[in-house]
Write a protein of this length. Structure first.
Length: 314
């Protein structure tokens, strides 16, 4: 199968028939073998009824329904598990992503040999204050922290090689950081394509301001886990030792000052309390790293690694 198109959705009953018709026209015109996987994230409207009707009329349209709302990351994760196409494309269900982008995204994966292509909504129709400006800040932070030079990490329109989506796990609200997940899984051929951003035709946005705060926190977590999940002592031990040394030498300075001048009041100096606090913080960080190492070394999956190929082995 050439294509799997994964569409997470929540209360988008108005747009689904038109979106599916558009996708079918595009893939049929390009002679793609395809499947459309719509993941209903616990919708309270008629979305699932419409998915069932669409699936009954076209066997290439498939659906997954959650019992309750789990979030976009969970919907994408389940869609990726079910996807069978050699190229997997994700898009939102609100008609703001254009299915006309599908052929070029497919070509960039298959002919340009990219692992992943992320859409860039260069011209946006969202509210500049509530969506565009915070999005620019988040994308700038994501580029700086991850080292991935993308303009729009959170664009819902993306394309992947099948192996990418089968190698990553999306949870929490990590859908904003899928390029980072792909990079930490060893997929570094990440491209970008300017895509059309269309005005919302149906419904209202399901996301608020908190998505940017959560996105940044998830990015920080992902960066830490990606670098130090198998060697936490390298992080906690380093900073613990650093703080302990600062506190130790500060205390040593106060002791020497007391020896030189018997009237020197150690406990009257702010440095005395700062040194104690810094030493305690250093010891706590070091012990945290030590305990984390014990946990990692006893984890069942401590030696699970992503292997791309083997030669001469059964």
């Amino acid at each position: 199968m050439d294509l799997s198109i994964v569409i997470p959705l929540y209360n988008e009953d108005e747009s689904l028939p038109e979106l599916c018709d558009w996708i079918v026209r595009v893939v049929t015109a390009n002679n793609f073998s395809y499947e459309i996987i719509m993941v209903d994230d616990g919708s309270t409207d008629d979305s699932w009824c419409i998915i069932e009707k669409l699936s009954a009329g076209n066997p290439n349209i498939k659906g997954i329904k959650f019992q309750r709302n789990y979030g976009k990351s969970a919907a994408l994760n389940e869609g990726f598990k079910a996807a069978q196409g050699s190229v997997v494309i994700t898009m939102d269900a609100d008609m703001q992503d254009s299915p006309d982008e599908i052929p070029e995204l497919y070509r960039m994966i298959t002919e340009d040999k990219l692992d992943m292509v992320s859409g860039w909504k260069k011209v946006r129709y969202d509210n500049k204050l509530t969506k565009n400006f915070p999005s620019k800040i988040f994308n700038a932070m994501a580029r700086s922290i991850s080292g991935i030079k993308l303009h729009d990490f959170n664009c819902g329109l993306k394309a992947y090689r099948k192996k990418v989506v089968k190698s990553i796990e999306i949870y929490g609200e990590m859908h904003r950081n899928i390029p980072v997940l792909a990079k930490w899984s060893g997929f570094r051929k990440i491209g970008e394509k300017v895509v059309e951003h269309r005005p919302r035709k149906y419904g209202v946005t399901k996301f608020g301001w908190d998505r940017f705060i959560n996105g940044f926190l998830d990015l920080a977590t992902l960066t830490f886990v990606g670098r130090f999940s198998k060697r936490p002592m390298h992080f906690f031990g380093l900073y613990g030792t650093f703080f302990f040394i600062i506190g130790f030498f500060s205390s040593l300075y106060l002791i020497i000052a007391k020896i030189v001048d018997a009237n020197y009041g150690i406990t009257n100096k702010p440095l005395f309390y700062i040194a104690l606090v810094v030493m305690i913080i250093g010891m706590q960080l070091f012990l945290t790293g030590f305990i984390a190492e014990l946990v990692v070394r006893n984890a069942a999956d401590r030696n699970n690694y992503l292997i791309e190929k083997k030669a001469g082995l059964n």
